[in-house]
Design a protein around this ligand. Structure first.
Ligand code: EPZ
Length: 424
């Protein structure tokens, strides 16, 4: 159990450096299954989720560890791969499921536990499975495992029913070693997909179009080990932009890729936040009078990211007027709204929309963290609320996705500390 104590009401000020992207690191580490020998992945954030994927790689027979000598670097040695992924790790972190593509490509057989749902939704993997079948695999479900088999994967044509990030990644990884050409249509366009493709291309894969909705992969015989540095975390950057805005502070966020933050920057600007973008940094100036309410609808990239929906909702609880926040990607990603109400927010839920009537102020209170980005939203709200907010983060959700977040927020004036848990 982790408890974070936040003393709110102070504007954030100063410089903040973004860590490497969690959602690029996880598929790229999974993709090391495709590469023989020793690969080195740099700019990897120190996160519980990264430790989980490292444990999955170890369970599959690879050697993987954070480097003792170079910070934020993971070394992977791949001499042999087992085909069965461990139940407890895949159910602990859904993202582990996309090891199915690499294992199937290397072993011709993959046995991966069917991931359960999580707080934000049932999170099915039907599109992943259809993708493996499009490459000639036979897939069945037995005793809670997805079992995929194919002597040799064959290039095929695959149209995704929904531009699923993970399914696009699984299929793209598997297609790199398939015989012939694969066309992935209605592919997800998130920047983490292009980063995974760049990693694979550096290892000798032939991929064209990653980052667009049509990706063409020409299978090759073998890939080679590489050294690769991960892109920055656009969701961490967006989270800090919202935190600077809601506390009416002024923060320079460094180490970002501006075009990855367009939708978030535009939405904050529409509400009246002053945003200055430069080559690898963005200055957010929230000082001045109250912001105005705006409507937000989450969409696949380049639309407004669902992973920023809880954080922008927290920001809008203090905006002047009524905002409508619509979640179109996940069916149950409003858990944070109930907790924001405990801090004094005025929110009504109507199906997949939250109607947020801005209030003059939030007041600190104990709240519960249900998932990673809900935790980020409550952290932001606590920074703006009068008095103390205590986040009860039973499953350490926040540490799963934000590297050294307490130290980094304190570095820009956030009064955040780990509360000592008195076990009665
Ligand atoms: C990735 O999850 C991210 N995780 C998520 O970030 C992010 O919210 C999501 O993409 C959407 O951008 C990682 O990259 C590790 P999806 P993923 O497959 O791949 C449905 C965070 O906070 N779907 O694009 O699991 C699914 O139910 C996390 O960092 C199917 O129906 O997301 C959802 O409604 C949370 N069948 C929608 O698609 C499938 O086979 C989007 O899911 C796959 C997905």
């Amino acid at each position: 159990m982790q408890r974070l104590l936040i003393k709110g009401g102070k504007p954030l000020n100063g410089k903040y450096r973004v860590s490497g992207s969690k959602n690029a690191a996880l598929p790229i580490l999974a993709a090391t299954i495709l590469l023989p020998d020793h690969s080195v992945i740099k700019n990897v954030p120190n996160l519980l989720d990264v430790i989980t994927i490292i444990r999955v790689l170890r369970a599959l027979g690879l050697r993987a560890e954070y480097s003792q000598s170079v910070p934020n670097t993971v070394d992977v040695w791949n001499n042999s791969v087992k085909h069965v992924a461990p139940y407890e790790l895949v159910t602990k972190m859904r993202a582990s499921f996309f090891v199915i593509g690499p294992i199937l490509a290397i072993k011709g057989l993959a046995k991966i536990p069917l991931p359960g749902g999580c707080a934000i939704g049932s999170r099915p993997v039907d599109i992943h499975i259809k993708g493996m079948e499009a490459l000639g695999a036979r897939v069945k479900l037995e005793h809670g495992f997805v079992i995929a088999e194919a002597k040799k994967l064959k290039g095929g044509r695959f149209y995704l029913d929904f531009p699923s990030v993970g399914a696009t990644e699984s299929v793209m990884m598997a297609a790199t070693l398939a015989e012939g050409e694969t066309l992935i249509e209605n592919a997800a366009k998130e920047p983490e997909i292009a980063d995974l493709a760049n990693f694979l291309i550096k290892a000798g894969a032939q991929i064209v179009g990653a980052g667009t909705d049509v990706i063409k992969v020409s299978g090759v015989k073998q890939l080679r080990p590489v050294e690769y540095s991960i892109i920055p975390d656009r969701i961490e950057a967006g989270t800090i932009m919202a935190a600077a805005a809601i506390t009416m502070g002024k923060v320079m966020i460094e180490g970002i890729i501006p075009e990855q933050l367009e939708a978030v920057a535009r939405k904050l600007q529409e509400s009246g936040v002053r945003i200055k973008m430069a080559a690898d940094r963005v200055e957010v100036d929230g000082s001045g009078d109250r912001f105005k309410a705006v409507d937000v609808k989450t969409m696949p990239f380049p639309g407004f990211p669902t992973d920023m929906q809880p954080q922008i909702a927290a920001f809008l609880t203090l905006a002047k007027g009524t905002s409508v926040v619509s979640e179109t990607i996940f069916e149950n990603r409003f858990m944070h709204m109930h907790e924001l109400r405990r801090l004094g927010a005025d929110i009504k839920l109507e199906g997949q929309s939250a109607i947020i009537n801005g209030v003059a102020k939030l007041s600190g209170a104990p709240v519960k963290v249900s998932d990673l980005r809900a935790g980020a939203a409550l952290l932001i709200a606590g920074l703006a609320a009068d008095g103390e907010t205590e986040l009860e983060d039973r499953d350490h959700h926040i540490s799963r996705g934000y590297e050294n977040i307490i130290e980094k927020l304190r570095g820009i004036g956030g009064d955040v500390s780990k509360a000592v848990v008195h076990v009665p």
